[in-house]
Ligand binder design. Structure first.
Ligand code: SF4
Length: 260
């Protein structure tokens, strides 16, 4: 599953194929950069259904970012508890706000708009709780920069196609994909791979029969989905066998768990 055969031209063709099945991706700015950053920190290791209400509560309780910094961290944590890992997230939010103020003299990321993307990526990752995914999201969705946030779908589809190696993990995948994917295609790459990962190239088993990338897919060529299917069938068989072994016949003919 080497990445060698992927070139700018074949990546562009692959995205054109995905566009035909999933439609064209449009860039729509979501939040201002500060809101994007803080909502992203809250969204780590949880779902939007939990992180969005936590973000709303944070903004309602503290009208300004200075109010968040002035509040006790334990109080901030209790305000965002819906997002989970609230003590750590509160510390990261307050720490990030302090560092932003130290750097720019304000609770604002607007000055980053004048920075080159690569430098802004590096600086954002010096903030507590901010890794390449959060930094990429802020730059991509709040500033329209050509970065590739690598979430679970982008990562999975990328390694299955053979663009990257699975062993490198999501964090390193950012740098590798940024070098491989032409800048002007970064946004389309991010959004189309997410759609493909959600609807066709799903975990744990993809629907390869519906995929218009099958011809180009390294994982399919190496029988990855077939092997995965057989592994899953074996695991199911083993767990059924283990469950049966736990059960014993009891007098009267009924079957019960041996612990009862
Ligand atoms: S062929 Fe299958 S594994 Fe490969 S990208 Fe398509 S859905 Fe995913």
């Amino acid at each position: 599953m080497a990445a060698r055969r992927w070139t700018s031209a074949t990546i562009a063709e692959m995205l054109a194929s995905l566009e035909r099945s999933h439609g064209k991706s449009r860039y729509i700015p979501r939040f201002d950069p500060m809101d994007e950053l803080i909502s992203c920190i809250l969204s780590q290791h949880t779902t939007d259904a939990h992180s969005f209400p936590a973000f709303t509560q944070l903004r309602e309780r503290y009208p300004t970012w200075a109010d968040v910094v002035a509040a006790p961290v334990a109080e901030v944590a209790s305000t965002v508890r819906l997002a989970g890992l609230s003590n750590q997230k509160a510390k990261n939010i307050v720490g990030s706000l302090q560092k932003i103020h130290e750097q720019f003299g304000d609770y604002s990321l607007e000055p980053l708009r004048a920075w080159p993307t690569a430098e802004a990526m590096v600086w954002l990752q010096t903030l507590p709780g901010v890794g390449p995914k959060t930094a990429s999201i802020v730059l991509c969705f709040a500033m329209g920069r050509e970065t590739i946030p690598v979430d679970t779908h982008v990562f999975r589809v990328s390694w299955r196609l053979g663009l990257i190696k699975e062993e490198i993990g999501e964090v390193k995948a950012h740098g590798v994909l940024m070098k491989l994917v032409p800048q002007e295609l970064a946004f389309a790459f991010h959004t189309l791979l997410i759609q493909h990962g959600r609807t066709v190239c799903r975990a744990p088993l993809p629907s390869c029969e519906k995929c218009n990338l099958a011809e180009r897919c390294a994982w399919l060529k190496s029988d990855g989905p077939g092997k995965r299917q057989r592994e899953m069938a074996r695991t199911r068989k083993r767990s059924l066998k283990a469950r049966k072994a736990k059960k014993v016949e009891v007098p009267g003919g009924s079957v019960n768990d041996s612990k009862n």
